[in-house]
Design a binder for this molecule. Structure first.
Ligand code: SF4
Length: 402
């Protein structure tokens, strides 16, 4: 054995499987040691993991699966990073490169409001002004020196003028930046993606993406916890990480959740290969692999966690319900998934019918999960009235437990 190989699991895979099932039946999260061993459970036993995860999800909670009705606002598709699988980011010379004007942002938000959306998901590249002088010039025309300043201003306008609740997904940020966004948003997000540092090495998907360093991203998630920001994070599977590294990423998220209690949901997202990218020919994880990752996420995070898988990234997404997820994430009746534009959203009615067939009611939620709405310190006082206005207007939403 070379020193580069991970140590053998302390618990054999067959033992780990049966221990995990036992834990799940009792609603107990698996230990770190047990979680790491689950990475080695043979494929022929994965269905048992899915069933255990589904059983854990169903313990003590109503048969409800949630989603958030939202508009996606791609504030800018410029980025200072280059990830090998990304087609969202464009260089300024590309005719598809675009930074939205304030009028464009408000037009999407208002159209979403008319269609019953409640969330404005701002997605954007990481700090593009650090790389592109033309972007700095544009920001100046809009009265800002940073993309962050522009984002805060647009979140403020959207929440005040439309009532949609902003959820910025703005990349790596400082504590000050996170705190400023907390004043104008209901929740925030940053995918951890992976804890595999080696994927930042030569030839790795994150070689030219300094903002994808796992330690950097974990530090942002930690800062969000210190600031009591309801936070969405998750893992991206299939970009070259090993099953063990997936488990390590989930354990890193759990450690932060145990310390700060701010992780409102964990996304398990499957890599999709895109044409004209360096990873165009890379293999994609299949449904079985995704289901197993969702199940392990549930077993690690526990019965109360919210485990999300996007329905538009799997041709046949229904079976994900059998692997312990309880949320489909954001679905828009208006805007495409700008990160995966080739993957259309499912029809919400069809999704509801599928959930019903499986025994679950598809129910809308806000971007901020109910548990956090009235938890002291987790919502800025200026934002609280907008959240309660949404709850008052839409009694069918998943409600705050009282
Ligand atoms: S995945 Fe995100 S950080 Fe990476 S290049 Fe695309 S927009 Fe930038």
């Amino acid at each position: 054995m070379t020193s580069l190989q991970p140590p053998p699991p302390a618990i054999s895979a067959p033992t780990a499987l049966w221990d995990a099932i036992d834990y799940a039946q009792r609603g107990r999260r698996v230990s770190r040691e047990l979680a790491l061993s689950l990475a080695d459970v043979s494929r022929s036993h994965h269905a048992a993991l899915w069933a255990a995860a589904a059983q854990m999800r169903d313990l003590g909670r109503p048969p409800v699966v949630t989603y958030s009705r939202k508009v996606f606002i791609p504030l800018t598709n410029l980025c200072r990073d280059v990830c090998s699988y990304c087609t969202f980011a464009k260089n300024p010379g590309d005719p598809r490169a675009h930074t939205m004007s304030p009028d464009e942002v408000m037009a999407i938000a208002r159209a979403g409001e008319r269609m019953g959306c409640k969330e404005a998901l701002f997605c954007l590249g990481d700090r593009p002004e650090a790389r592109w002088p033309s972007h700095r010039e544009l920001l100046k025309r809009y009265g800002h020196t940073t993309t962050h300043g522009y984002l805060v201003a647009m979140c403020k306008r959207v929440i005040e003028e439309t009532g949609l609740l902003p959820h910025p997904n703005a990349g790596v940020m400082s504590s000050r930046e996170l705190a400023e966004l907390k004043e104008v948003s209901a929740s925030q997000g940053l995918m951890l993606e992976t804890v595999a540092d080696r994927l930042c090495g030569a030839g790795g998907p994150h070689e030219h993406a300094p903002d994808k360093r796992p330690s950097t991203r974990l530090a942002v998630i930690r800062k969000a916890g210190q600031l009591q920001i309801p936070f969405t994070t998750g893992i991206l599977i299939g970009i070259g990480e090993t099953p063990r590294e997936r488990v390590e990423a989930l354990l890193a998220i759990r450690d932060l959740q145990d310390e700060y209690g701010h992780i409102q949901e964990i996304i398990v997202q499957n890599f999709r290969a895109k044409e004209h990218t360096p990873m165009a020919a890379a293999g994609e994880p299949g449904l079985i692999e995704l289901m197993t990752a969702c199940a392990i996420a549930r077993l690690i995070m526990g019965p109360d966690a919210h485990i999300q898988a996007p329905p538009n990234l799997s041709a046949d997404y229904g079976p994900l319900l059998l692997a312990g997820i309880d949320d489909w994430g954001g679905i828009s009746p208006l805007t495409p998934d700008f990160i995966n534009p080739e993957a259309p959203w499912p029809n919400i009615g069809a999704l509801g019918a599928l959930c019903q067939e499986a025994g679950y009611a598809l129910t809308e939620r806000l971007t901020i999960y109910p548990d956090y709405i009235d938890r002291p310190g987790f919502v800025a006082p200026a934002v609280q009235p907008f959240i309660h206005a949404q709850l008052d207007c839409a009694p069918g939403l998943v409600q705050v437990p009282r």
